[in-house]
Ligand binder design. Structure first.
Ligand code: MLT
Length: 276
């Protein structure tokens, strides 16, 4: 971390969350995607020069103890309780993919905790029946074959696939880091999260009522939640603006950290949430 960082362990009911914090000032909660942990936000460390980063491993992931998630609502309640436990005022709630689903629920269920929203490489819609069936299939396979099957299936789809992106410096390191991150998540957490992801509701109507300033970010080459998902979201969210990041896939903050961090700063300044 650019600013000194510390790790806390926060007991919340039946779980104990590991959370990294750095910096001071306006809190920014960074919620990781599936099946990853806080480490995917390494490229956001420079934000801690001006903001207070709060970066948990969500229940069952990374160094957090306890069972895996039962629902996106439960993860949102965990995140709200975590902000309270750390004495944070209303936060900028930023989530990628699964973290974006959690961020949406947090904004709806805990509006008093949400100063602004940043939804990254995610969508508002529920799973199709086919997507749900694929998750059931993957949960069975990971039970038989272990995390490697998930890593092998997901890593090639997480990053931008154009020849230019594949040839970029540091690409092999990114692939290796994602692979390792998936391998360190417990099988039971992956299975619980797959069920919770498949059961999540459509949030389109609820997000239409969200009043806080919102930044939507998507990689132009996102193969999992393509730009059309965020283009649909910006149509229904009256306080949202959309940024499509070239040469990024599903992991925009990791693939294009400079562009992403600048966009967050500019958004917070323009929305009057944080001085430039
Ligand atoms: C994620 O990156 O968090 C997942 O791909 C989300 C999903 O499978 O819907």
């Amino acid at each position: 971390m650019t600013a000194p960082s510390s790790i806390h362990h926060v007991a919340l009911g039946d779980t104990r969350l590991a959370v990294h914090t750095a910096g001071s000032g306006l809190p920014v909660l960074l919620l990781h995607g599936f099946p990853l942990d806080h480490a995917m936000w390494a490229g956001q460390e420079p934000l801690a020069e001006h903001l207070r980063l709060v970066v948990p491993d969500q229940r069952g992931f990374g160094a957090s103890a306890g069972p895996g998630p039962a629902s996106m609502e439960q993860l949102a309640d965990d995140a709200a309780a975590l902000l309270a436990a750390l004495h944070c005022g209303p936060a900028v709630v930023c989530g990628l993919s699964m973290g974006g689903y959690v961020a949406q629920h947090l904004a709806v269920r805990h509006p008093d905790r949400t100063a602004a929203l940043v939804l990254v490489d995610t969508k508002l819609e529920a799973d199709t029946p086919e997507a749900r069936a694929a998750r059931v299939d993957l949960a069975a396979k990971v039970g038989r074959l272990g995390q490697r099957i998930v890593a092998d299936a997901m890593v090639p789809r997480l990053l931008a696939s154009s020849a230019e992106a594949r040839a970029a410096a540091g690409r092999a390191d990114l692939e290796a880091a994602l692979h390792e991150a998936i391998l360190r998540q417990p099988v039971a957490t992956i299975q619980a999260a797959l069920a919770a992801l498949g059961a999540r509701p459509d949030m389109t109507a609820a997000l239409g009522q969200v009043r806080v300033p919102t930044l939507l970010v998507v990689g132009a080459e996102d193969a999992i939640t393509p730009p059309a998902c965020m283009e649909a979201a910006v149509e229904v969210m009256p306080h949202a603006r959309l940024l499509v990041v070239p040469r990024a896939g599903h992991m925009t903050p990791l693939e294009a950290p400079g562009v992403f961090n600048r966009a967050v700063f500019e958004f917070l300044a323009e929305a009057g949430v944080h001085p430039a």
